[in-house]
Design a protein around this ligand. Structure first.
Ligand SMILES: [Zn+2]
Ligand SMILES: [Zn+2]
Length: 113
């Protein structure tokens, strides 16, 4: 703390970090970048992993949400196509109407059979 120099920094400047206020944690994505060679999909890959293991997405990631209006079924997907496919499939098999929503939308889109 009394050191006048900053932390030892090599080439970590470019490594993106992801934080999650629910976990109160912050992660460097060096593993995704170096080991998995994900490039600019590293954040997305991390977010998907995080959701699979914790049930929620980290900060700064706004998933598409498909939520059934008739039953408790719902999914969150980073890609619109994934959420839309779930909504269509659910509506097709159950006849339920599904709301497809994203932070970028004013109102959810209704998906029906
Ligand atoms: Zn978390
Ligand atoms: Zn349903």
């Amino acid at each position: 703390m009394s050191d006048s120099g900053g932390p030892p920094v090599d080439d970590v400047d470019d490594v993106p970090t992801v934080s999650c206020s629910r976990c109160d944690e912050e992660w460097s994505l060096a593993y995704e970048l170096d080991e998995l060679a994900m490039g600019n999909r590293a954040v997305e890959a991390f977010a998907i992993d995080h959701q699979q293991h914790t049930g929620h997405f980290p900060d700064g990631v706004t998933p598409w949400v498909a939520a059934c209006r008739r039953c408790p079924e719902a999914v969150e997907r980073l890609e619109e196509s994934g959420a839309r496919r779930w909504a269509r499939t659910h509506a097709r098999h159950t006849g339920h109407a599904v709301d497809l929503d994203h932070a970028s939308r004013d109102d959810p889109e209704r998906v029906e059979r």
